[in-house]
Write a protein that binds this ligand. Structure first.
Ligand code: HEM
Length: 524
């Protein structure tokens, strides 16, 4: 045995030939490490050169900062978790400054600080930093989500909130939601008939995508199989928005011509495909509306946008940007929440049974599925929270610190909604906390209660909240009503509590797409 170990090199004695040879990387490391440590010391102790740097230097910040990369090395693969841990250690009053590359970024991790940013000084923080990639993918950032705060954003936000996402409009799409739910139930039923596991993570993105396709462009759209292409394009956007983008951390470097060309090349290709596709759809609607007025059918988003085109001075590119936004913001977000909720419920069978009993009690006997009429008492669906980047537009006082203009601000909604000083069993999935009888039953996700901000708050708050809640609730209620679920051994390979997506420093839902677990479930 000893001989075998010695031969394999695991049992070498000091002084033997192989241990006395210095591995090739050691010498450069011995030189580089002290140099880096020296530079890190210099970076953290150097006197601030400008008034802006002086203000930033006042903010609590982790000491271990390197030149060039700043604090990037401290942010792990789950940024929301790293940022929470760093803020607990180095932050003060829910505020902490990080240098992500060359970008000063204020991380906000307490309800009080979030309220100061998103309510008290909402107008100062209502913009976002901008990027070359979003300029390409969203037609000069002329959509709503990526548009800088200002007149154009106000105009587009007004269209979206008064024409596309009103409560009345969302209700009018009820039959589309119920139809798509029915199709998913049939698919699950068919899989059940042959005794196979159901791949919910595979089904749910198509469910939310298909709803959005019909709402954007009408029934024909899906029948022609175009929904698959939309899914592909939305995925391509998510990858571009969610990957590591040099520009987010080193904006001045990304302004160099060569670098910019490399960063933008892929985005140009993707938007060309979006453009061709959306132009065909819009042209189809234009010619249809010339021959067919007021046929009483529910109008889709393209119809609506064309009908207000002149009133709001919309260009063709503006219309396309809004449509891309609706897909990007409105599909993965809801499917991931559904996936997350189901995965968590399957891990807690007693809770699943309890919620199932509640859903089943509300549905009249003999009904094959839950409709939106049956949903008055549907269980609350807790939604995980995202990290959302904002940009400080003018020097602003927050809790005694002056935040200089140009600082990026990340609201770590995930950390806030798991703060042990606000929530009991803060890290656990406990939907009962939102049910009658619990001390937090009245916790409000409408952006008024800063303990819980799944849809954000203030001027940039999610305008798709009603849309999302309607989609999530009807699907979740039916999944629970129709089937009893259990998990095949070893099929859930990631703990979703820790992996649920948050955004990285670009206004994006990037890590939603990093949410790569696979929820396949058996049902009985
Ligand atoms: C569970 C699902 C969803 C969640 C958790 C969610 C969450 C969010 C959050 C946190 C923001 C940023 C708020 C801020 O900057 O403070 C946001 C923005 C936005 N969301 Fe949602 N969202 C969801 C579904 C939807 C849906 C279904 C739509 C559209 C159909 C939508 C459209 C938008 C748009 C357009 C914005 C940008 C608003 C602006 O910048 O003015 N979202 N969402």
């Amino acid at each position: 045995m000893a001989q075998a170990l010695a031969q394999s090199g695991l049992h070498e004695q000091p002084g033997t030939a192989s241990s006395s040879q210095v591995p090739p990387l050691v010498v450069p490391l011995l030189v580089i490490c002290p140099l880096l440590l020296l530079l890190a010391r210099f970076a953290t102790t150097a006197k601030p050169a400008t008034p802006r740097e002086k203000l930033l230097a006042e903010l609590p910040s982790p000491p271990s900062r390197f030149p060039v990369i700043g604090h990037l090395h401290l942010v792990g693969s789950l940024p929301h978790v790293s940022l929470r841990d760093l803020a607990a250690k180095h932050g003060r009053d829910g505020l902490m400054l990080l240098r992500l590359g060359s970008v000063p970024t204020l991380v906000v991790s307490s309800p009080r600080a979030a309220q100061a940013v998103l309510r008290t000084h909402d107008h100062v923080f209502a913009s976002w930093p901008g990027s070359a990639v979003t300029d390409i993918l969203f037609y000069g950032s002329s959509d709503i989500a990526f548009s800088p705060y200002g007149e154009h954003w106000r105009n587009i936000r007004k269209i979206v909130t008064t024409q596309l996402l009103t409560v009345k409009k969302v209700r009018s799409y009820r039959f589309i939601r119920e139809h798509e739910v029915r199709l998913v139930m049939e698919k699950i039923g068919e899989t059940s008939a042959i005794g196979k596991a159901v791949d919910l993570s595979g089904l749910l993105p198509f469910f939310t995508n298909d709803i959005m396709c019909t709402i954007v462009s009408g029934k024909l759209f899906k029948e022609e199989g175009r929904n698959k292409l939309f899914r592909e394009l939305t995925d391509a956007n998510s990858k571009l928005l969610g990957g590591f983008n040099l520009e987010d951390y080193f904006p001045s470097m990304a302004r160099l011509g060569v670098v910019r060309r490399v960063v933008c090349a892929k985005a140009e290709k993707v938007i060309k495909r979006w453009g061709n596709f959306l132009d065909t759809l819009i042209d189809g609607h234009v010619s249809k509306s010339l021959v067919n007025h007021g046929d009483g059918k529910i109008s889709d988003y393209i119809d609506v946008l064309l009908s207000v085109e002149q009133e709001y001075g919309l260009t063709r590119d503006n219309i396309k940007a809004i449509l891309v936004d609706m897909f990007q913001a409105g599909t993965d977000t809801s499917s991931i929440v559904l996936d997350f909720a189901m995965a968590k419920l399957i891990q807690k069978p007693w809770l699943m049974t309890k919620l199932q009993a509640e859903v089943r009690r509300t549905v009249p006997r003999g009904n094959h599925m839950v409709t939106e009429d049956d949903q008055r008492d549907a269980p609350a669906t807790p939604t995980p929270c995202a990290l959302v980047p904002h940009l400080c537009l003018a020097d602003c006082d927050i809790q005694g610190y002056t935040i200089p203009a140009g600082t990026r601000v990340l609201i770590n909604g995930w950390a806030i909604s798991r703060d042990a000083s606000s929530w009991e069993r803060a890290d656990e999935f406990v939907p009962e906390r939102f049910m009658e009888g619990s001390s937090t039953a009245t916790a409000d996700y409408n952006g008024n209660d800063f303990l819980f901000l799944p849809f954000g708050s203030g001027r940039r708050m999610c305008p798709g909240m009603n849309f999302a809640i309607s989609t999530i609730e009807i699907m979740l209620a039916n999944l629970m009503y129709r089937f009893d679920w259990k998990l095949p051994a070893g099929s859930m390979n990631v703990d979703m509590t820790e992996s649920f997506g948050v955004t990285v420093p670009g206004r994006r839902r990037s890590s939603l797409s990093r949410y790569s677990h696979h929820t396949s479930c058996f049902f009985t």
